[in-house]
Design a protein around this ligand. Structure first.
Ligand SMILES: Nc1ncnc2c1ncn2[C@@H]1O[C@H](COP(=O)(O)OP(=O)(O)OP(=O)(O)O)[C@@H](O)[C@H]1O
Length: 373
């Protein structure tokens, strides 16, 4: 690909295409806006394809892998729908690709609009051009290389690569969530998955020092930078001091420290959700992974919270979560230093109840705590 100069990138979207025309238009516009916020380019949408003319090609190819909503894309050259012009460009293209007589190829034609030829005519013509130019053999079932020629109205596009995009929905089309972001492996993955489903994210990190090491904040900031690179500019990180609150919780809650700690994090997140116009809280809980993540504890920690608490990792095991973390680039950062909370009791409760939680909260001035956030 390095030897090539292309004219444009053709990007495809998936799920947006099956929406009603009104929703589709809205999502398409958001996708274009997100692409524009990530790269400097002229962009057009036509017949369910996005035509991107970037100022910096290399950077654009890298950026498109991180824009949700894009299913795949292809760097392409453009010419008219005239067979002679297609021939000239195609000859140049297969030369640069280095196709030779030992290789096999297939032409994959596509046609949109009214033309005097069919897709089959186009494939036969183009196949002939390539055979004459290179001596390569046609193999439609298992070719060494596929050459795509799309004729769209008065233009044609030639390409040979289909690069996988991240899929999902454009960030911002599904509103905003408050994401609880620790320095661990799980929560960055949870937030990534919600961005992939179209949510913009305000990430909250509760700074629990002195119950953790100083390096944790630096780690959270680094993780946030990675997450931000997938967000098309719709990500922010808020770091909230929580050490003094945790001190109080530990003193009063004893074995239930983790339950009360998580519940108050949700309470604070709920308050911030109202301020930020967010519609849900997201965390990285995965059922049974640690003591606070049993079903009774989940019920208790969620008690009295009036907006949904979403846990996209709830049914995943550690290996699955780790794989995604590696793929998106947060795993190594999360592993840089251990993310241990020194407030965790020796024997944390695994079966708590809302009644028990309420009795502990009654002994704390929760309103006073919430006022600070
Ligand atoms: N200090 C924190 N700030 C913000 N959110 C937190 C914090 N600690 C925990 N959370 C949230 O609570 C979830 C469960 O945390 P817990 O420590 O019980 O499990 P974990 O498996 O270690 O999670 P992670 O790998 O995300 O740290 C986290 O995934 C995260 O969403």
């Amino acid at each position: 690909m390095e030897n090539f100069t292309y004219d444009l990138i053709i990007a495809r979207y998936g799920e947006i295409g099956i929406k009603s025309p009104k929703v589709r238009k809205k999502f398409e516009n958001k996708l274009v806006q997100n692409i524009k916020s990530s790269l400097n380019a002229d962009i057009y949408i036509e017949d369910g394809r996005i035509f991107i003319y970037p100022k910096n090609f290399k950077k654009a190819l890298k950026s498109l892998k991180r824009i949700f909503g894009i299913v795949s894309f292809s760097p392409a050259i453009k010419t008219s729908a005239e067979f002679n012009e297609i021939k000239n460009k195609l000859v140049d293209y297969v030369r640069r690709l280095g196709i030779n007589k030992k290789m096999s190829f297939a032409i994959r034609p596509r046609r949109v609009g009214n033309h005097e030829f069919t897709s089959q005519d186009l494939a036969e013509f183009a196949g002939d051009v390539v055979v004459k130019e290179t001596g390569a053999k046609v193999d439609l079932d298992n070719p060494d290389i596929e050459i795509f020629i799309e004729v769209r109205h008065e233009n044609s596009y030639i390409y040979h690569e289909i690069v996988e995009g991240p899929g999902g929905l454009p960030v911002g089309t599904q509103g905003k969530v408050i994401g609880l972001l620790s320095g661990g492996i799980d929560s960055p993955v949870a937030l990534y998955l919600m961005m992939k489903r179209g949510c913009s994210v305000t990430a909250l990190h509760f700074d629990i020092r002195p119950f953790t090491i100083d390096g944790n904040i630096k780690k959270v900031k680094k993780i946030s930078e990675v997450l931000e690179s997938y967000s098309s500019g719709e990500f922010e990180l808020l770091i909230l001091k929580y050490g003094d609150v945790l001190k109080k919780i530990k003193k009063i809650a004893g074995k239930s420290t983790c339950i009360v700690c998580r519940h108050l994090m949700y309470k604070i997140a709920e308050k911030i959700a109202k301020k930020k116009n967010a519609h849900a809280i997201v965390d990285g809980s995965s059922l049974g992974q640690v003591a606070s993540q049993t079903l009774p504890n989940i019920l208790t920690t969620h008690y009295g919270i009036e907006i949904p608490i979403l846990s996209p990792l709830i049914g995943m095991d550690k290996t699955e979560i780790r794989k995604i973390a590696e793929k998106i680039g947060t795993y190594e950062i999360s592993c840089e230093s251990p993310d241990i909370c020194k407030a965790v009791p020796k024997h944390p409760v695994t079966y708590s109840t809302p009644k028990k939680l309420t009795s502990i909260l009654d002994r704390m001035d929760v309103d006073e705590i919430l006022k600070k956030y």
